[in-house]
Design a protein around this ligand. Structure first.
Ligand code: ADP
Length: 477
């Protein structure tokens, strides 16, 4: 049983309710977790507000000591944390370990980066005035995260906010809260003072409203759906809560006819199905030049058919279950729509019969789609790879940009001019050129259009949690 974590204490939810975390591969209960609501959230905000007084006055060097210890604790406990993550998320064990390694790196990186939260001295237009800008921690931050990366999503925001000198009320996703408990424990063991990080789980809309209604909660960092991101934007005007939003994506992949088609197809089959396609930066819409379309179609179908589906603990598994039955149904519904639109299923798309339990779905490749298709216009968040063709660069860019989302995009070509022009014309916050993982701890991650606002990670991510203050000194009195 996991309780709420408030002011350094593990305590029951005020209303004593609980919920079950399920293993998506077996549908068995992994753990009971206490189910809180707005009342628990208010308690946590109060604790974080009290803790802010002292934490915000520590130096970045003092905070770095704790965050670096936490990073090392995470590395030392990687096997136990990965085990928990596979149980609650279903993802393959090597993916879980990779993610936890990145989470540790985030704590270490921000431990160092906060030492560089420089302000500036500004030359003024008066001889009797001096001006400078300093950066100060914003205050209590609400951090609401999604289930698809149970370690990476919280670590990215927690590390930056804590390093900046803020205190945190975190609400991890109810589907995968257990990994977040491990992270919290590593921080506590590293010496994080009481109240600096609090964990509240339960009724998400009530907790979200409690955050938006509280004058001491200065910002919400949110990773999740565009739908909930919009709700938070609506509510943020009440107390002028600041927002950092990492929302949905619908990433295009442009594959030009000068590439090694086999190599790109082989890598695409791995990249698209990482975490079962439940990734907001996941390469989703595959636009392939008409000259290589048929060849790519045959190769990608071959490679995707060979992917091994199974329990994340099994050796050699590429694709685990989807996170919930609801998610499985939502992907199947999109596939049904595509079939009704005349789509051709080249492989997969069915529930594999060899599993009696779990939310598995056979990795799927689909062709015969138009730009208006449900599979082109919606974020799929599942193991489906839709294929489209394009005529030339203009056609590719027009199709790629034809979406309300603007997070990640990908270009595959060996022509420097094509790569340069395409990268400049894509309306996305991240562009990978011959690179499936363009983003890193040290670089800014943020969406254009309805994919978000603000940035996480990189130095930009630190400044999301710092306020700038102009200080001017008059010298004539
Ligand atoms: P997903 O579809 O990926 O689950 P959601 O946006 O529903 O994305 O969930 C992302 C996070 O937002 C989760 O922690 C979830 O509990 C939380 N959440 C869901 N609804 C709300 C809400 N109305 N207000 C605040 N947080 C919410």
């Amino acid at each position: 049983m996991k309780q709420q974590f408030i002011n350094g204490q593990f305590i029951d939810a005020i209303d004593k309710q609980t919920f079950e975390v399920l293993n998506p591969a077996t549908e068995e209960v992994v753990s009971l977790v206490s189910f809180g609501n707005d009342k628990d959230c208010l308690l946590a905000i109060d604790a974080a507000q009290t803790a802010f007084a002292a934490w915000s006055k520590t130096t970045p060097y003092q905070r770095a000591e704790i965050l670096k210890k936490a990073a090392n604790n995470i590395r030392e406990n990687i096997d136990a944390i990965a085990h928990t993550m596979v149980l609650e998320s279903g993802k393959p064990l090597p993916e879980a370990k990779g993610e936890i390694g990145v989470a540790a790196n985030l704590f270490e990186w921000y431990a160092e980066e906060a030492k560089r939260s420089y302000g500036k001295v500004i030359p003024t237009n008066r001889v009797d005035k001096r001006s400078s800008v300093i950066c100060q921690p914003m205050g209590v931050i609400g951090i609401i995260t999604a289930w698809n990366f149970p370690a990476y999503n919280p670590a990215r925001a927690w590390a930056a906010a804590l390093a900046a000198g803020c205190t945190v009320v975190a609400k991890p996703a109810e589907d995968t809260p257990l990994t977040a408990y491990h992270l919290a424990e590593t921080l506590v063991n590293a010496g994080l003072p009481n109240g600096v990080l609090n964990l509240v789980l339960g009724n998400a809309p009530a907790i979200g409203q409690a955050m938006l209604n509280h004058p001491h909660l200065k910002k919400i960092s949110f990773t999740g759906s565009t739908r909930v991101g919009k709700l938070l934007m609506d509510g943020a005007s009440k107390k002028h809560t600041k927002l950092s939003l990492e929302l949905g994506g619908n990433a295009p992949v442009l594959i030009f006819d000068d590439v090694d088609v086999d190599a790109v197809a082989k890598a695409a089959a791995i990249s698209r199905f990482r975490n079962n396609g439940q990734v907001c930066t996941s390469a989703q819409r595959f636009y392939v030049h008409k000259n290589i379309f048929e060849e790519f179609k045959i190769l990608i179908t071959k490679y995707v058919s060979a992917l091994k589906v199974g329990n994340g603990f099994e050796d050699g598994v590429n694709v685990g279950p989807l996170i919930t039955k609801k998610q499985q149904e939502s992907v199947l519904a999109l596939l049904e729509k595509a079939k009704a639109e005349g789509a051709e299923i080249l492989t997969g798309g069915n529930i594999p019969t060899k599993f009696s339990k779990g939310y598995f779905l056979q990795p799927c490749v689909v062709a015969g789609l138009t730009q208006a298709s449900a599979l082109a216009q919606n974020e799929i968040f599942g193991p489906v790879l839709p294929l489209f063709s394009f005529e030339d660069l203009d056609d590719a860019i027009a199709k790629a940009n034809d979406t309300e989302y603007g997070l990640a995009s990908y270009i595959f070509t060996n022509n420097l001019k094509t790569a340069t022009l395409a990268s400049e014309r894509l309306e996305f916050g991240i562009v990978g050129i011959n690179e499936w993982a363009p983003h890193g701890t040290e670089s800014p991650f943020g969406g254009w259009k309805q994919s978000g606002q603000g940035h996480e990670s990189g130095s930009e991510g630190l400044f999301e949690y710092l306020e700038k203050k102009l200080i001017s000194v008059g010298l004539s009195l």
